[in-house]
Design a protein around this ligand. Structure first.
Ligand code: ZN
Length: 186
């Protein structure tokens, strides 16, 4: 995970195909006057067959995962075939957006130039409420509009409740981020 941030990757399409685009792009700034259409940032390829429905849903402020239409098993990151039964029949059910922190790291320099002014910053792997096998990377924020480095990484802990928040980066790209929830939230 860390290597995708620090190894100078510039192939957004490949990263998106691997389901890691959220972490990479989560370094885009938010808050006051975000630079919309920010060419300096790596944006996910939102038109790939495997992932386009996910990005379409985020633009509609919905979080979706894949579900196999043959055996019913859900999965994420998106893949063309079911790992359980190999079927390529699938649909994209919406999930609640509730999750818990499964793991977290702190990203330190050197990072890609667009990320430099935010480093060090925390990044999280969250486990969706709909299943322990459904995990997503992203950045964590305490309130909408926060920059990705606003939270003290030392305050994060495994099992901490979060909920998805949708950050509009460009006309075509809306990114899920993870908003801290009060303790005791689902
Ligand atoms: Zn299946």
């Amino acid at each position: 995970m860390l290597s995708s941030l620090t190894a100078g990757r510039e192939d957004g399409a490949r990263i998106a195909d691997r389901g890691e685009a959220m972490l990479v792009n989560a370094a885009a700034p938010s808050g006051v006057a975000p630079p919309m259409g920010q060419a300096e940032f790596i944006l996910p390829a939102t038109d790939k067959a495997d992932t386009a429905p996910f990005w379409q849903a985020t633009r509609e402020k919905r979080l979706v995962v894949q579900r196999c239409d043959s055996c019913g098993k859900t999965r994420f990151p998106p893949r063309p075939h079911c790992g359980a039964c190999r079927s390529d029949k699938l649909s994209w059910p919406e999930v609640s957006g509730f999750a818990k922190i499964f793991s977290h790291i702190v990203v330190y320099p050197p990072v890609l130039p667009a990320f430099a002014k935010y480093a060090p910053f925390p990044a999280v792997l969250v486990e969706l409420a709909e299943g322990k096998h459904l995990r997503m990377f992203g950045n964590v924020i305490a309130k909408p509009g926060d920059t990705i480095n606003a939270i003290n990484p030392d305050s994060l802990y495994i099992g901490q409740p979060v909920r998805v928040h949708f950050e509009v980066l460009t006309d075509g790209v809306t990114l899920p981020r993870w908003l801290l929830q009060p303790e005791g939230a689902r």
